[in-house]
Design a protein around this ligand. Sequence first.
Ligand SMILES: Cc1cc2nc3c(=O)[nH]c(=O)nc-3n(C[C@H](O)[C@H](O)[C@H](O)COP(=O)(O)O)c2cc1C
Length: 326
Amino acid sequence: MLSTWLTRTLNLRAPIIGAPMANRSGGRLARAVTSGGGLGMIGAGSAATPAWLRENAARASTPDDATQGDAGDGERFGVGLMTWSIDRDRTLFDAVLAERPAVVSLSFGDPAPYVDDVHDAGALVMSQVNTPADLRLAEDAGVDFVVAQGTDAGGHTGVIGTLPLLQQVLDRASIPVLAAGGIATGRGLAAVLAAGAEGAVVGTALLGSPEADIPDGLRERLFAAEAEETVYTRAFDTAMGTPWPHRWGGRAIHNRFIDEWDGRLDELAHDGHAGDLVRAANRAGNPDAAGLYAGQGVGMLSDGAPAADVVARMATDAEALLGRRF
Ligand SMILES: Cc1cc2nc3c(=O)[nH]c(=O)nc-3n(C[C@H](O)[C@H](O)[C@H](O)COP(=O)(O)O)c2cc1C
């Protein structure tokens, strides 16, 4: 079994955290990742409510048939928050602490105002960082570990690739470092562990699993997508009026909506209908206009395997590769 700071600290069988993914990783996916040996996280986006969070935390912490009797499995989870969003209203943050998560992820902003409260609630703080300056901010805030999240990642991210960012962060960090962005098989996991990371945060590779919250039309689109079909865009945030700070765009599957609007964001911001169009497409699973966030690992998506199997296989394959090479 692979042993790293992450597995020893959280008592995991795989050095893998299931990425917090707003609208996609609810309690079911979080529980499945934990039962596969990693730690699953619920993605609480800026529109999530305390009631939604409570419901999903209950799902994440209830062992399913596959995990019953396996001490502790399926019962622990983490929650990921957008720091810029709780800066505007901390109701959701307080609701998260009440659910007793094992890890709280505070990314996309300065985590400093929240770290002590998370520690008082008995959880660890992780922060995804996109630049060496973000690393300094997170360390000064007193977070327990950081995730070097490269632009290869699905969803909101920075502009530096996973490997260039990971090398810089590993060289400079005085706290444990995980890697995220494009890690979709045992090969990717082995690579970042060999570089010195304590584990990986995996998102896109779990989107095809039945436990992810995703309409069938969008799941089918992901299975068909190749790595070169992702783009870094602000079109969906602009259309929906989501107040994301400008420095973070999101990596999504290219579609007709992006084609039409990506070069005309000022106009899009004043279009009265585009937000409704995207919302309707998200609900209906229409890939032509939905904001289908996914990373460059999308070309390696396994064909609908349960998330627990994806996680366990990734760890087993990485261990075999590392054993063979070192
Ligand atoms: C659909 C989707 C939604 C995401 N939502 C969030 C989020 O709510 N909070 C967050 O911190 N990161 C979010 N991310 C980023 C992930 O936490 C993680 O960094 C990323 O998935 C890792 O790269 P990968 O997708 O290549 O595995 C999201 C990613 C995806 C694909």
